[in-house]
Ligand binder design. Structure first.
Ligand code: G3P
Length: 218
């Protein structure tokens, strides 16, 4: 499973990218506003830094405007993937952008039927929102599993990009459910890497080495 980071904060992206684990970045209008940066400038900077797949979301409700915005976003950098919402207008925009060779991530997916429609419209990625389904007492991971199963059954190439993952267990479960990609906030990356026994073990190794290293040097 590939990892994307779900943020528009360049310092966070730079840090996790330095671990050698990032295949892309996802942003949305809320995250771009939270970054305090100019939308196009920040997307270009992120794309140059990470490459891979950089999702940049349209902020329009009609197909024509979504397509126009999508073309501008795609022209910023070859790594840009245009993100559109899972609405009739969004599906229309997805099909039109795909016809121009532009990759599309269809977002705000909450059902298998929506995911099948997005695949038909030519989506490169479908983004089921796991945490937001859990928020209303549903089972977000089950949705990821069902989409992955239907896509596999019908040889659909659209990649399942598990989004709205809120904690490390979500990540493990998304991988087990068959997601090809998970996008995670910076905080979840930090939680994933952290283990008290890793810290304890390393501390012990360093202490032992400091005690005996003078002999090693001779
Ligand atoms: O990628 C979608 C993500 O940003 C939504 O996460 O936690 O706001 O539901 P959340």
């Amino acid at each position: 499973m590939k990892f994307f980071i779900d943020t528009a904060v360049v310092e966070e992206i730079r840090e996790v990218h330095s671990w050698g684990v990032l295949s892309g970045v996802t942003t949305n209008p809320s995250l771009v506003v939270a970054s305090g940066r100019n939308f196009h400038e920040v997307i270009k900077e992120i794309a140059q830094l990470v490459g891979g797949s950089i999702s940049a979301e349209v902020t329009a409700l009609e197909t024509k405007e979504m397509v126009a915005q999508g073309k501008v976003l795609a022209a910023l950098h070859p790594a840009v993937v245009v993100k559109v919402p899972l609405t009739p207008a969004g599906l229309g925009a997805c099909a039109a952008l795909r016809a121009e060779g532009i990759r599309v991530n269809v977002t705000l997916c909450f059902s298998v039927n929506q995911a099948m429609l997005a695949a038909r419209a030519g989506a490169s990625y479908i983004s089921p929102f796991v945490g937001r389904i859990d928020d209303i007492n549903g089972n977000g991971i089950e949705l990821v599993r069902e989409i992955a199963e239907v896509y596999a059954l019908h040889d659909i190439e659209t990649e399942v990009l598990a989004a709205s993952l809120r904690h490390p267990r979500h990540v493990t479960e998304a991988a087990l459910a068959g997601a090809q990609v998970s996008t995670l906030p910076y905080k979840v990356f930090k939680q994933m890497i952290s283990h008290p026994l890793t810290d304890k073990g390393l501390d012990q190794f360093m202490q032992d080495w400091a005690k005996g290293s003078s002999k090693q040097a001779k």
